[in-house]
Design a protein around this ligand. Structure first.
Ligand code: AMP
Length: 284
């Protein structure tokens, strides 16, 4: 087995580690995660490995990005398997702080990106992106990487974090990598573990519907109302899916336009049993 990463549980240890990397003139790539690592995370870790002298990953199930009725307590925690995936990917250092370390009782400051956070996932998950932005800016301040990696799987999150990095002049380059999928198209997600075998069999229909819209786009359709109507009706036709949203928007602004002249995104969220799944495709 490859060497296990150094594990840092405290902010002081983590800062000392990356300070030593920088003092030696080395570059640092960072991959923040909530653990329960899969091939999607591994792709980010491998890209980070190829990009910098040192790779830091974090595993922190961030309570502030979960709503009161969401799955914070049952979110999968698979520490041993995660360590092995990090070792295989060549991660040098794994930051795994406690909730108390990241949110001491006196902590008050939050980070928000109004506008971009208020649509799509926003209405269904109030406060989610405030939690995401606040933890990501804390992690970036602690690790101080040259480059940070995110997945297109969470397209709205990636767009919001890019805005936050720009607006706060954070000295880090951001790289977004394509969604890694199962052979049947289902986007890899830590939450796929919640699906029963019957639900798992239906779940790939989410991507199938998005891919159909992408095909319509490639055939020349640019009217978002037509693309969105097709996406919505196909998703509503899938027995077992409860539709949350189905949208076709401009990728940069995440807002509706009549006609797509700039890069777009088709995004959807559905619930299957008790599991909420999100996915998206880029247009083109
Ligand atoms: P999470 O552990 O779910 O917070 O995800 C950590 C990072 O991995 C985020 O940047 C996600 O967008 C990314 N990610 C999650 N699933 C995938 C996937 N299937 N393909 C690529 N990246 C992913």
């Amino acid at each position: 087995m490859a060497d296990l990463p150094t594990v840092c549980a405290t902010i002081a240890e983590m800062r000392a580690t990356t300070r030593a990397y920088r003092a030696a003139g080395k570059t640092i790539a960072f991959v923040p995660t909530m653990g329960a690592l899969h091939r999607g995370h591994a792709a980010l870790l491998q890209a980070a490995r190829a990009q910098a002298d040192h790779v830091v990953a974090s595993i922190f199930v961030n309570p502030t990005q979960f709503g009161p009725n969401e799955d914070f307590h049952r979110y999968p925690r698979t520490w041993e398997a995660d360590l092995a995936i990090c070792a295989d990917a060549g991660v040098d250092c794994l930051f795994a702080p406690s909730v108390e370390e990241m949110y001491p009782p006196q902590a008050r400051t939050v980070v928000e990106v109004p506008g971009l956070q208020d649509q799509l996932e926003g209405p269904s998950r109030p406060g989610h992106f405030r939690g995401v932005c606040t933890i990501v800016v804390k992690l970036l301040n602690i690790v101080a990487p040259d480059t940070v990696f995110f997945g297109q799987k969470d397209a709205q999150q990636a767009r919001i974090i890019r805005q936050m990095i720009d607006d706060l002049h954070l000295p880090v380059a951001m790289i977004v990598l394509p969604t890694v999928r199962e052979p049947d198209g289902l986007a890899l997600s830590s939450r796929n573990q919640y699906l029963s075998p019957a639900e798992r069999a239906i779940a790939p229909q989410l991507y199938r519907c998005l891919a159909d819209v992408q095909a319509r786009y490639h055939e020349g359709e640019r009217q978002t109302s037509a693309l969105e109507a097709e996406l919505r009706s196909e998703l509503l036709d899938v027995t077992g899916f409860r539709l949350d949203y189905a949208r076709v928007v401009e990728a940069d602004t995440l807002t509706a336009v009549d006609c797509l002249h700039k890069p777009g995104l088709a995004l959807a969220a559905i619930t299957l049993g008790t599991t909420r799944l999100i996915d998206n495709v880029t247009l083109p």
